[in-house]
Design a protein around this ligand. Structure first.
Ligand code: ZN
Length: 206
């Protein structure tokens, strides 16, 4: 994939601030669902794109990623996929660590009625699940069609990539290792929740 060719993903403007992406394929996948309260806007934008996700895949437990998972899964009749190690936090069975305990208490997200578990190497539509712990214990990324959907495993800046703010990180050392694991040798589009899509490696052959 190059920047000039047609790209197989859609960055949803309705999720600005914490981007969700629709990835095309025989079974379209919506990766993440942004902040609570945006379901109607997301549905409207996807209608404009003439897309209906068959799968909704979540990178990690933070409220700005799971905010509309239940409403969207029900609206589309889509399979909802959650990273296995983050499920206790998503269901509220275990408190999120650090400052996220407060954020989670202020912005409650109802547990989904049904879901499936994501494990390393699973496939969801055209995407493969890549474990990327660190930002949260169960954080996963998704790779396929020349795209790397990184959630909050890293963020992009005009100058390149950087880790998420340390205050929001569960384990900095694991986070740094995951960032290297994801990007070493990868060529294609890096699609973050925070920052803009970036073609990798920067300055390299496209
Ligand atoms: Zn996060």
């Amino acid at each position: 994939m190059t920047q000039d060719e047609g790209v197989p993903f859609h960055k949803l403007a309705s999720t600005r601030g914490s981007y969700a992406y629709l990835v095309d394929g025989a079974e379209p996948v919506l990766v993440d669902t942004s902040l609570p309260g945006r379901a109607d806007a997301i549905i409207e934008e996807l209608r404009g794109l003439d897309r209906r996700p068959a799968h909704i895949a979540i990178t990690h437990y933070d409220v700005d990623h799971i905010g509309n998972m239940g409403a969207l899964a029900e609206h589309y009749g889509a399979a909802l996929w959650l990273p296995a190690a983050d499920v206790p936090y998503i269901l509220g069975e275990r408190p999120r660590p650090g400052i996220k305990r407060v954020i989670g208490a202020l912005m409650r997200v109802a547990p989904p009625r049904s879901f499936r578990l994501l494990h390393s190497g699973d496939r969801v539509g055209s995407l493969e699940v890549v474990p990327s712990p660190g930002h949260t214990p169960g954080h996963v990324a998704f790779r396929g069609l020349g795209c790397l959907l990184v959630g909050d495993a890293l963020r992009t800046t005009p100058g390149g990539i950087s880790p998420s703010p340390s205050l929001l990180s569960w384990d900095r050392i694991q986070e740094a290792a995951s960032c290297r694991n994801l990007t070493d040798g990868f060529q294609g589009g890096i699609l973050p929740a925070h920052g803009e899509p970036l073609w990798w490696p920067m300055g390299g052959a496209r």
